[in-house]
Design a protein around this ligand. Structure first.
Ligand code: SF4
Length: 384
């Protein structure tokens, strides 16, 4: 019989997930309801706008024309922003959309364009002064924008933001630059290990696929500050293939490696019994104003705006939960109210994961930023 199951491929971000916690990687492949986030949507809108500008067709335009880029960039970003907003609301789990973040996206797009100007040798220009002829010159420097990189065996892959020609002062190509746009906070000193590994994986895939390549540099372009960080270090492909081998999906979950760092923003807590077991055993702390709990809902007002919950604790490593007797009043608003209502409508009586509850006051508070999900630890894949 022909095995129609396609081989999986490992991207740098999936590899980072796998290294942070193999269970997180496994859960991310179980077709569970995903969570959208504002930072990711902003990043994608900026990335896709840079790609569109790099591929912009300027044929027939006067090379001396200036003043065109701010308007063009804004209209491209607006279109990408609208697409991202639609995807955001079509994602099963999402917080509130922050329209006011458009301004930040605009600043980040300008930050990315400023790096491109600098790389092309235009140091004394502004968005308004760039002429059509100068932008064409920048486009010639770009060898690839948002290209998919794959190892020849298909096991490793990634979306490379930009591959550009590295030019000397006279405009001669002296190498290639593999560039990844970063819309997050720049590091204080060295690149984060995860980012360095990601950039080197892109670099090493370009090297493997282009035997006659010139010198290649891998750079993280931080668009907030227009700063460039170079990733240096040995080839990572052997390690990446080892990770690919280890990350072949099995019906049983991969091991979990809970830690404050890995679990902090993990979107799969409702399906993972390990974090709460680790916390109950004092291996992971729970502090701060916003915390995660598994609770039993004891009472809910008719409109689901107010309720009473009891904290539960794990009875074993499998996520079986038992009551603790600790009860709290809780106020639900926005999406939190909608989501607790959904559970009430399906008459869910089991434990409930409350993600990012504000525990600062005498009553707990939940709003648009929170997760409310049925507690359903996954012990075996439900994929066919
Ligand atoms: S909650 Fe923590 S232990 Fe569980 S999958 Fe996520 S990162 Fe891993």
């Amino acid at each position: 019989m022909v095995n129609r199951r396609r081989t999986h491929s490992l991207s740098p971000s999936a590899w980072n997930n796998f290294e942070a916690c193999p269970r997180k990687f496994w859960l991310s492949r179980q077709r569970l309801p995903r969570k959208a986030g504002m930072a990711a949507s902003l990043g994608t809108a900026v990335h896709d706008s840079v790609e569109d500008l790099c591929n912009l067709d300027l044929s027939g335009r006067d090379a001396e024309e200036d003043g065109w880029l701010p308007v063009t960039a804004k209209s491209i970003l607006t279109r990408q922003w609208d697409d991202e907003r639609e995807k955001f609301f079509n994602t099963a789990r999402h917080p509130k959309w922050k329209e006011e973040e458009f301004e930040h996206a605009q600043k980040q797009l300008i930050g990315a364009l400023n790096i491109l100007f600098m790389k092309a040798g235009y140091t004394e220009v502004s968005l308004t002064s760039i002429t059509v002829g100068q932008w064409r010159d920048i486009q010639e420097m770009i060898l690839s924008a948002e290209g998919t990189l794959r190892s020849s065996c298909g096991r490793l892959m990634g979306r490379l933001d930009l591959l550009i020609a590295d030019r000397d002062e006279d405009g001669n190509t002296v190498g290639w630059i593999v560039a990844d746009l970063k819309t997050g906070k720049p590091p204080d000193g060295e690149l984060y290990d995860t980012v360095s590994r990601q950039l080197r994986m892109y670099r090493d895939l370009v090297i493997a696929n282009n035997p006659n390549h010139p010198k290649i540099t891998a750079e993280g372009w931080y668009t907030k500050t227009s700063e460039i960080y170079v990733a240096e270090g040995p080839n990572v492909l052997d390690e990446a293939f080892t990770a690919w081998e280890a990350s072949k999906l099995t019906p049983e979950p991969f091991d979990a490696t809970p830690s404050s760092e890995a679990c902090g923003f993990c979107e799969w807590k409702a399906w993972c019994p390990s974090w709460i077991w680790s916390r109950a055993n004092g291996e992971m702390e729970s502090h701060g104003t916003f915390r995660d709990y598994v609770v039993k809902v004891l009472r809910l007002e008719d409109d689901c705006s107010v309720g009473l919950v009891e904290i539960m604790r794990p009875n074993n490593m499998d996520g079986e939960m038992v009551p603790t007797g600790q009860k709290y009043g809780i106020v639900f608003a926005g999406y939190a109210q909608e989501n607790i209502k959904k559970l009430s409508d399906i008459a869910w009586e089991g434990p409930v994961l409350l993600g990012s509850v504000n525990v600062a006051g005498s009553s707990w508070k939940m709003g648009d930023w929170c997760d409310i999900l049925p507690w359903k630890p996954l012990h075996r894949s439900e994929r066919e």
